[in-house]
Ligand binder design. Structure first.
Ligand SMILES: Nc1ncnc2c1ncn2[C@@H]1O[C@H](COP(=O)(O)OP(=O)(O)OP(=O)(O)O)[C@@H](O)[C@H]1O
Ligand SMILES: Cc1ncc(C[n+]2csc(CCOP(=O)(O)O)c2C)c(N)n1
Ligand SMILES: [Mg+2]
Length: 343
């Protein structure tokens, strides 16, 4: 089926896409349907706001990304930024610019993905904007969330001797992207030729359907740990650690042998003849959390499953470095994702 968007028009399309959206959160007072949404948060909460812009061809390639997955991921990457402040996401607004290439069914797929993510993370869709574009799809999602007033975690709170922790494992989404790029020519061409991705499912899942680490935020809260600093890893661990250290006026040492990497990531790096540590440090799109905790929290944090201690914070004069297995030090550089960098 291909229904042209012009048959519904802007308002018809919005009504169609947002049919049946229900509000779950107490703070969502009024959602879609007026000039603005109305939110109300209790006075003991801080309100968090984050926004992300995703451009076709820069951030995603529709030759291998299904629209439903794109919708899911576009929402989840915003939730991830709210969790990275030690908060809880509550509402999103979605703005889309569509070119003529897209039909109603395409946008339905995209919305199905966004709505699934919102259901799973208990977030309300409270508004958006729909417009046209001359050259493809642009997606902007804004997420609003909350955190207890004294529990917001910034990038600037890391202190000398703090432990550096990361959740999950790194580099898999990047290897998934490499894999999809390699098979792109196949996927673009003959419909009946399907690339064989068996044994590489984890990599594809990490690239196409990432999750935000709600569970880690909950486990830290349950263990009574408030990190001294935290970020989510979208551009690569190196880049994020440099942000934390710069804003905290600190240095760091992280240890290559402690960087968490999945087996499939390692196999794939080998197959592509890429340096595994470089992939894990700079690949990006991991949507894991990197955070620091006081050394006094060592026992508590090391008992939490899914968290790895990878190093520690130092005085700023020592700079930021990766210590290799044979004890050599390499200065961290932000070689990761940067949408504005010269190619
Ligand atoms: N065009 C802009 N105008 C004003 N502020 C901006 C603009 N772009 C980014 N910022 C602000 O700069 C800060 C860093 O944003 P950045 O996008 O680098 O981080 P991030 O949200 O963690 O990244 P990601 O998009 O990968 O999640 C944020 O406070 C953001 O609101
Ligand atoms: C076609 C294509 N090109 C590149 C990538 C990789 N990529 C996209 S967004 C991002 C990080 C966060 O971006 P931002 O900081 O701009 O929010 C990365 C590493 C991809 N998935 N598909
Ligand atoms: Mg972030």
């Amino acid at each position: 089926m291909r229904t042209e968007i012009s048959t519904l028009g802007e308002f018809g399309l919005i009504a169609h896409l947002t049919k049946g959206i229900k509000l779950e959160n107490e703070s969502s007072k009024y959602g879609i349907g007026d000039d603005a949404a109305v939110l109300s948060y209790p006075s003991e909460k801080q309100i968090l706001v984050t926004t992300d812009l995703l451009m076709e061809g820069v951030h995603f390639d529709l030759t291998y990304v299904p629209l439903k997955h794109l919708g899911y991921k576009s929402a989840v990457v915003n939730f991830s930024d709210i969790y990275a402040m030690n908060g809880t996401p509550r509402q999103i607004t979605i703005s889309l610019a569509l070119s003529k290439r897209f039909c109603v069914e395409d946008i339905e797929e995209f919305y199905a993905g966004v709505r699934l993510a919102c259901q799973q993370y208990h977030v309300d869709i409270v508004g958006g904007d729909t417009s046209s574009s001359l050259t493809g799809l642009a997606i902007s999602i804004t997420c609003i969330g909350e955190a207890d007033k004294n529990k917001v975690v910034y990038r600037n709170g890391a202190k000398e001797t703090d432990l550096i922790c990361v959740s999950g494992d790194l580099g898999a989404a990047y290897m998934g992207l490499q894999l999809l790029e390699r098979e792109k020519t196949v996927l673009k061409g003959e419909k009946d030729i399907q690339p064989d991705f068996s044994g590489k499912e984890y990599l594809l899942e990490r690239q196409l359907k990432p999750e935000a680490r709600k569970d880690i935020i909950e486990k830290l809260a349950a263990a009574n740990i408030i990190p001294s600093s935290m970020m989510d890893i979208s551009d690569g661990l190196s880049s994020e650690l440099l942000h934390i250290c710069k804003q905290s006026n600190a240095g760091c040492r992280i240890y290559e042998e402690h960087i968490p990497i999945d087996y499939q990531t390692a196999v794939m790096a080998e197959e592509f003849n890429m340096n595994l540590t470089t992939c894990a440090m700079n690949g990006g799109e991991d949507y894991e959390l990197v955070f620091t905790v006081s050394i006094a929290d060592y026992d508590k944090v090391s008992q939490i499953e899914g968290i790895r201690l990878i190093g520690h914070i130092t005085k700023p004069e020592l700079g930021c470095a990766l210590v290799t297995r044979d004890g050599q030090e390499f200065e961290l550089r932000a070689q990761g994702w940067n949408a504005l960098r010269k190619k």
